[in-house]
Design a protein around this ligand. Structure first.
Ligand SMILES: [Fe+2]
Length: 298
């Protein structure tokens, strides 16, 4: 190779290296600075069997995994809550992981919680594993989380039910923190009436405890895996059932589950898994179909 060709080859190599470095820096900037805060408002219908007529068309907003702490900017969360408020939701549910623990996190949660959106009919929540602190083993921290968010107008259901206009809402406490007590709360659910269950960890849907329950289960916890290669499942998922990534799932016993991708994050990185707030419009497809065909008798 002559000297001129060597110079050309070296220039080509340097050009390719610079382009590769630029692409890597751009991708790094996108995954850590843009996508973790690029919230998507996902709008869906939620068909709830036996939904009381006054709740038809009402909105239920699911917020999950806000992770107040050192990695999620308070401004981003407050702006998220402002966007939810603008929807004027009838019911707001928060499916766990209010915090990522650090020594001052309860004070930080109190200042963020002052901006929580509220439903016209109810604002409910369940706890997630991170609300129990390091090793998910600090119930005293979870008590502080509950007190803080209840002061901000959120009712936390800890293996309890709540009636909202004839709709039964059941909230399970966290499974990884060993606080999930599905009995006797699930056995108190009337299968002839509309019901929605809130749980943080989608794996609880596979526990042999659901018996006659036929309603929806709303969950979070996975963050959708936070990073997902195109056309492939996310490589990192904190669930036993690897099917449970994000979105809607059909379950045994005529149940269905929706898993939110969540608002916050643990490490500040997301790729191909934008953060999400889900805006459900409640309806009863069974009632609608039978009303249309003249079969519905009330
Ligand atoms: Fe989480």
């Amino acid at each position: 190779m002559c000297a001129v060709e060597r110079r050309k080859s070296r220039r080509r190599f340097l050009g390719m290296a610079a382009a590769s470095l630029g692409a890597a820096a751009g991708l790094g900037g996108y995954t850590s600075l843009i996508e973790p805060f690029w919230l998507e408002l996902v709008r869906r219908r939620l068909h709830v069997r036996h939904l009381p007529a006054p709740l038809m068309g009402r909105t239920l907003v699911q917020i999950s995994d806000i992770h107040v702490g050192r990695h999620v900017a308070d401004d981003y969360l407050i702006e998220t809550f402002r966007r939810v408020d603008a929807v004027c939701p009838d019911i707001v549910v928060i499916t766990g992981d209010f915090i990522s623990h650090h020594p001052g996190v309860i004070d930080q949660l109190a200042s963020v919680a002052a901006h929580f959106p509220h439903g016209r009919l109810a604002t409910l929540a369940v706890l997630g594993n991170h609300d129990y602190g390091p090793g998910w083993s600090h119930p005293e921290l979870a008590e502080q989380v509950v007190t803080t968010v209840q002061t901000a107008g959120v009712t936390v259901l800890r293996n309890e039910t709540c009636d909202v206009g004839g709709l039964q809402l059941v909230g399970l406490d966290d499974w990884w923190a060993n606080q999930c007590r599905p009995f006797p709360v699930l056995s108190r659910i009337d299968p002839r009436r509309a019901a929605i269950a809130l749980t943080h960890n989608p794996d609880t849907a596979d526990l042999p405890v659901w018996d006659d329950y036929r309603g929806w289960i709303l969950a979070g916890h996975t963050h959708g895996g936070q990073c997902r290669p195109p056309f492939l499942p996310p490589p990192l998922l904190p669930v036993r059932n690897r099917r449970y990534t994000a979105g809607e799932f059909a379950l045994s016993g005529h149940r269905r589950m929706y898993i939110s991708r969540g608002v916050g994050h643990l490490l500040r990185v997301r790729f191909n898994v934008r953060p999400e707030v889900t805006i459900f419009q409640l309806d009863d497809l069974w009632r609608e179909q039978n009303t249309a065909s003249g079969l519905f008798l009330g």
